[in-house]
Design a protein around this ligand. Structure first.
Ligand code: MGD
Ligand code: MGD
Ligand code: SF4
Ligand code: MO
Length: 682
């Protein structure tokens, strides 16, 4: 048996004062940070000042990292194996050897019953997924999933169908844009520190902002124009804006002629979607829409439409995102200063990218369980569609799923309809949560494996996309305080027990990093100097005549060659939404500046400053914050605080946007009643 000693990087725990450059993990943005360590204890966190875009800034959640580390001992401190019923809260502490052997036995059982494709993993997505994808594929399964079916799947797949790459392929040049149009993209509260700083600086420089949301957020308060639209109506709004732009011929004709196919199809789809037509659907006065179009025609091409994620959660949100992206195309804002800049691969700057772990694994030929990329050609197999894996757990179709790893992902908090999710999970032979705290999913799991926190571990290196790509590192700042381990080590140990030794055959993280860096001209020492290495000194734009899009036709496809075989129209008619009647309302959900989903309400500092979970009421919708209503008894600060939206989204686990695949969270209807006061009076 291999040694199960904790693998620390050298120097950790040494006496004296040290500065470690790393990456925050208090939300999924992963800002660059500087950690000050004194005698083996982290004493100060701030933004990494070597990165000018962030400087020393962190958000409140990032600054509360020390409270996660030292103030929250209500976290799994050793591996735990369930002894009672699922979710019953009875556990026994186990050594790493015991827990990993237990997992290996159950994986073997799963393989015998369903084949290796019966093993799956979901994670938080992001720049470190080379490791998790490699782990799943090494086991012989294609079933890797990100959390995206409830986040950005619709926008992601919409972008693929139009440009051939995902929505992360563009980075808005906020420094030079004249007019930013945001659809529920609450930049100020749902923040990435660098973006929020760039947004505030751009506002100070005179950037105009049109903010579209049924709810007046802080970002609405900063905007130059606010449209309080009816919920889920943005597709109608976009069809009308496009109608008006085409009518006034206020679009970039040269760009369109050269790079776009399907304009006839677009003209046909919007021929009747006038400003007057959209008014009852969206609530935006026709005259205001016309004034807006006149304004953006003057500001073009420096106008950016950002569909964000907020519109990515109903049954036509794929088409909201897609038409917002078409509006960017009509503005001609692609790959120009003040427009949407293309993310560049290292090769663009004559550099070599990191070596991938996944290249060490043979290709898996079995089709995915969710049909992504096969029966659903318009769903990206790289992110998958998690709800369809739950359907397979439940029905055994198209094949059975027996073992599930949730890594840095809480699929019970992060999927609608908790009862339905638990029903499916309860069919598994093995459900493992790898987390830094007791999540709702962890509490329902068979085994909890405590990962070392982001300050206590090193990750694989990652390549961050952008106008200039870089290599970034999450380095280990302190030794683990409890019996926890980094993910690379956990996955290696499981693979070793399954006799798949060569894939993650690294004894130390430095050995793994050296494999990743081999041939790139970058060393570990260089990485440690600042925590990142930029692959070029300054961004360069692709010359316009060299622009090519990775679609089947090489053009931006308004009529999509991917959607057609899927039997999905590229520009379907808008489906009008009736307002719920009586005391019923559409349930909208979102986030606040000081919390990350369900993971931070138990943090001692964030819990203290977390807002009350008030209900915002609009004429036909209500809004509440996601992340409240925890039920895990050991998470005592979060327990019972507020209400979980996922408990109110009955039937929504298997109700999704048929084009984009994302769960139709905001199609849920709730009834509002006054609370019973004490003594039973209303
Ligand atoms: N009903 C409903 N569902 C939703 C949403 C909603 O509003 N309502 N929102 C959707 C959206 S936009 C998203 S992005 C997803 C988010 O869903 P998730 O991706 O599940 O959310 P997070 O809270 O970011 O993190 C998941 C888990 O990672 C753990 N974690 C944090 N740091 C670490 C670490 O360093 N290592 C390990 N191993 N684990 C760690 C946290 O403790 C948490 O349990 O949910 C989606 N689902
Ligand atoms: N502080 C903090 N920041 C975060 C996160 C976090 O947990 N905490 N999570 C990150 C993640 S994973 C995500 S996905 C993003 C989410 O970031 P955003 O998408 O910017 O914000 P959300 O709060 O999810 O909610 C979106 C807004 O959309 C509005 N909305 C709802 N329905 C509609 C509609 O039909 N049309 C329009 N136009 N608007 C609508 C809601 O009223 C809400 O104000 O935030 C990221 N940043
Ligand atoms: S936005 Fe805040 S919590 Fe998220 S990574 Fe950056 S500093 Fe950390
Ligand atoms: Mo998200």
């Amino acid at each position: 048996m291999n040694s199960t000693m904790a693998p620390n990087v050298s120097g950790v725990g040494a006496p004296g004062r040290r500065t470690v450059y790393s990456m925050c993990s208090m939300c999924s943005v992963r800002c660059p940070i500087e950690v000050t360590v004194e005698d083996g204890r982290a004493v100060w966190l701030q933004g990494n000042p070597h990165d000018n875009a962030i400087g020393a800034s962190l958000c409140a959640k990032g600054a509360a990292g020390l409270a996660l580390e030292y103030g929250d001992d209500q976290r799994p401190q050793t591996p735990l194996i369930r002894t009672g019923s699922r979710g019953g809260g009875q556990w026994r502490r186990a050594s790493w050897n015991e827990a990993l052997d237990y997992i290996a036995d159950k994986l073997q059982e799963t393989i015998e019953a369903f084949g290796p494709q019966g093993i799956m993993l979901s994670d938080r997505s992001g720049p470190f997924t080379d490791l998790t994808r490699t782990f799943v594929k090494a086991l012989g399964s294609p079933n890797y999933f990100t959390h995206d079916c409830c986040c950005t799947a619709n926008a992601h797949n919409a972008s693929l169908s139009l440009f051939g790459f995902s929505s992360e392929g563009f980075i808005p040049d906020l420094g030079r844009v004249k007019h930013l149009v945001l659809y529920g993209r609450n930049v100020i509260e749902c923040l990435a520190v660098k973006e929020a700083k760039a947004f505030m600086a751009a506002l100070a420089n005179g950037m105009r902002v049109t903010y579209i949301d049924p709810r007046a957020t802080f970002t609405a308060c900063k905007a130059t124009r606010y449209w309080q639209v009816r919920p889920n109506s943005d597709y109608a709004l976009n069809l009308a804006i496009i109608h008006q732009l085409l009518r006034q011929e206020a679009y970039d004709k040269d760009f369109v002629a050269r790079y776009v196919s399907g304009m006839d199809h677009l003209r046909e789809a919007v021929k009747d979607t006038t400003p007057e037509w959209q008014e009852p659907h969206t609530g935006v006065p026709a005259e205001q829409l016309r004034a807006f179009v006149r304004e953006i025609a003057l500001d073009a091409p420096h106008v950016i439409f950002n569909p964000g994620w907020g519109t990515a959660r109903h049954k036509q949100s794929f088409h909201v995102s897609r038409t917002a992206m078409i509006l960017n195309v009509l503005m001609g804002n692609i790959e120009i200063p003040g427009g949407n800049i293309l993310a560049k691969p290292p090769e663009f700057y004559g550099r070599k990218g990191l070596n991938h772990l996944i290249d060490r694994v043979p290709k898996v030929e079995v089709p995915r369980v969710d049909g992504a990329g096969t029966t659903r050609p318009q769903w990206d197999p790289e992110i998958g569609m998690l709800h369809q894996a739950f359907a397979a757990m439940e029905t055994g179709q198209p094949y059975g799923i027996g073992a599930y790893f949730a890594y840095r992902h809480d699929p019970i908090t992060g999927l609608p309809d908790t009862e339905a999710a638990k029903r499916a999970l309860d069919k598994l032979k093995l459900f493992v949560s790898i987390d830094v705290r007791y999540s709702e999913a962890g509490w329902f799991a068979d085994v909890i494996l405590p990962e070392a926190t982001y300050l206590e571990r090193a990750n694989i290196l990652c390549q961050m996309g952008g106008p200039v790509p870089d290599f970034s590192m999450r380095d280990q700042a302190i030794a683990p305080r409890f019996d926890s381990r980094p993910a690379w080590w956990i996955f290696r140990e499981i693979l070793r027990r399954m006799n798949i030794k060569e894939v993650l055959d690294f004894e130390t993280i430095e050995e793994l990093w050296n494999y990743q860096l081999d041939g790139t001209g970058v060393t570990i020492a260089k990485m440690r100097e600042k925590g990142f290495v930029s692959l070029a000194n300054a961004p360069r734009l692709t010359p316009r005549e060299e622009l090519k899009f990775p679609t089947p036709s090489g053009k931006i496809e308004i009529e999509s060659a991917v959607l057609k075989p899927a039997g999905r129209p590229s520009l379907p008619p808008y489906e009008a939404k009736a307002a719920p009647v009586d005391d019923r309302f559409r349930l909208l959900i979102g986030r606040t500046a000081t919390l990350t989903h369900g993971m931070s309400l138990n943090n001692p500092i964030l819990n203290e400053i977390a807002p009350e979970q008030v209900l915002w009421i609009h004429p036909e919708a209500v809004f509440m914050l996601h992340g409240f209503g925890a039920t895990v008894p050991l998470a005592t600060r979060a327990l019972g605080r507020g209400v979980a939206d996922q408990h109110l989204q009955d039937g929504k686990l298997y109700d999704f946007d048929p084009a984009g695949g994302g769960c139709a969270l905001t199609e849920a209807i709730v009834q509002i009643k006054p609370a019973l006061a004490e003594g039973g009076n209303q």
